[in-house]
Write a protein that binds this ligand. Structure first.
Ligand code: COA
Length: 178
């Protein structure tokens, strides 16, 4: 696997780029405190101040060429979501995390963003395998996976801890024959 860091990716309707210190309000008004995101990503609500704090050290993180974390914006720079990769060099694979704010759901934005990241990781990073996990009842995410050509691999019982206990996790993947 090669590494290039979080480089800007443009699609028909979206721009995927590095977060910067001007994104605090955009993030705050978008996905970060949405009920569904807090539940499925098992996160706590955050304040604008906490987001600013996180962004204050983000440039340093991007110096690491193995750090992949894109903010997803519309062409007018409105923040609508995020997508990131966790890198596993030993096993030549990457694992996905994703969110689109409620207000922008079901317009095909995550499908468009994920397809772009899929192409980037396959063609530029030459990664062997891309993995996406989702809670058993997260139908929207499963649909996104299917639309992007991911294959259902397995269901792992009681593997995902959410606020109301352990849930079954469905694993989807794409293997590149490089
Ligand atoms: C899951 C998520 C990323 C999808 O983003 P999105 O931009 O709305 O996705 P898309 O519009 O590209 O595709 C959604 C698909 O799911 C379908 N869908 C949504 N809810 C559905 C439901 N309850 N039943 C059946 N299909 C559903 C939509 O119709 C669409 O499919 P279609 O194009 O065939 O009509 C977004 O809803 C989200 O961020 N959710 C909260 C956070 C989350 O779950 N993150 C992942 C785990 S941490």
């Amino acid at each position: 696997m090669y590494h290039l860091g979080t480089i800007k990716i443009s699609t028909e309707r979206l721009v995927l780029r590095q977060f910067n210190s001007n994104d605090a309000i955009g993030i705050f008004n978008s996905y970060i405190n949405d009920e569904k995101f807090l539940y499925y990503a098992n996160k706590e609500k955050v304040s604008l101040e906490q987001i600013k704090q996180w962004l204050s050290s983000i440039d340093k993180k991007y110096e690491n060429k193995e750090y992949y974390n894109w903010v997803i914006t519309l062409k007018d720079n409105e923040v609508i979501g995020a997508i990131n990769l966790r890198v596993d060099n030993d096993n030549d694979l990457v694992c996905l995390n994703y969110a689109i704010g409620n207000r922008h759901n079901n317009r095909g934005y995550m499908t468009e963003a994920l397809n772009a990241v899929k192409d980037f990781t396959s063609n530029n990073l030459k990664v062997r395998k891309i993995i996406g996990g989702c809670e058993l009842n997260n139908i929207a995410l499963q649909r996104v996976m299917e639309k992007c050509g991911f294959k259902f691999e397995e269901a792992r019982e009681n593997e995902l801890l959410l606020k109301d206990g352990f849930h079954d996790l469905k694993i989807f993947s794409i293997t590149n024959n490089l």
